[in-house]
Ligand binder design. Structure first.
Ligand code: NAD
Length: 254
């Protein structure tokens, strides 16, 4: 018996990077998965890849910042798979829609607003729409994605780090608000992960520099994160909610 047999999981931003690995790991444990992604080409490609491996996946082009787009994604999911058990709020401004790594006083107001819109408002909008379905089941697993930078700080990207710190507070408050419905809300905070599809020299250097300052001295890859997602998505974590788990090979210990 696979650990997520009969479950339905949505992974936002799963057309690129780490989200693809989350979707595949959940599917490999028997979940039917929904790729809810802004980039329609990447959505299609990911779904083809998953289904060619014998998994059950559908793709729904979604903009997490749009309430109408999110409502459409949730109703299409229920139309296809009848329910929603698991949500991974992974979509963010990061590698595919890159952010400036400038200091605090050089970040543009437009980029600050976009960051908050996708990373924070998007997480709220998708959670809100999905919880309406989870309440009907009196069951649900929501996994938000923060960053270890939000726990330990960072010398740049203050808009990104602020948005990811917001996700930790969001997780704790939402966990309190939906506990009566047996919905668990937890958070995974990845360390610097080699998630880029075609990393250049400077990205490779940045990722290997990060390896030198953690207890486990190697480059972190998306596969290092999927076990934590599976744990929070499965019945193994049924009495755990409101928590943030840092997965970074022992750099940020808190
Ligand atoms: N890679 C790292 O080092 C690292 C470290 C800590 C946390 N994270 C977090 O992990 C998650 C995945 O990161 P990644 O490295 O795979 O980045 P990525 O850019 O490859 O993936 C993000 C995905 O979100 C999608 N997306 C962006 N805006 C969207 C929108 N409005 N609606 C729907 N989808 C949208 C993108 O198209 C992309 O597919 C992010 O939340 C990121 O903040 C990454």
């Amino acid at each position: 018996m696979k650990r997520l047999e009969s479950k339905v999981a949505i992974v936002t931003g799963a057309g690129h990077g780490i989200g693809k690995f989350y979707a595949e790991r959940l599917a490999s444990e028997g979940a039917r998965v929904v790729i809810a992604e802004l980039d329609s080409g990447a959505t299609e490609k990911t779904v083809l890849e998953l289904n060619s491996k014998g998994y059950k996946a559908i793709g729904i082009q979604t903009d997490v910042t749009s309430e109408a787009s999110v409502a459409n994604m949730v109703s299409e999911t229920v139309k296809h798979f009848e329910k929603i058990d698991i949500l991974v709020n992974n979509a963010a401004i990061f590698a595919t829609i890159p952010m400036s790594r400038a200091p605090y006083d050089e970040i543009s107001i437009d980029e600050w607003d976009l960051m908050m819109s996708v990373n924070v408002k998007g997480t709220w909008l998708v959670s809100k729409a999905v919880i309406a379905e989870m309440k009907k089941l009196r069951y649900g697993k929501i996994i938000n994605i923060s960053s270890s930078t939000a726990v330990k700080g960072s010398p740049s990207r203050i808009h990104y780090v602020t948005s990811k710190a917001g996700i930790i507070g969001f997780t704790k408050t939402l966990a309190n608000e939906v506990g009566d419905y047996n919905i668990c809300v937890n958070c995974v905070a990845p360390g610097s992960t080699l998630s880029e599809e075609n990393p250049n020299e400077s990205i490779l250097k940045m990722r290997s520099d990060a390896a030198n300052v953690r207890a486990l001295k190697r480059v972190q890859t998306p596969d290092d994160l999927t076990g934590a997602i599976l744990f929070f998505a499965s019945h193994d974590s049924d009495f755990i909610t409101g928590q943030t788990l840092v997965v970074d090979g022992g750099n940020c210990m808190h």
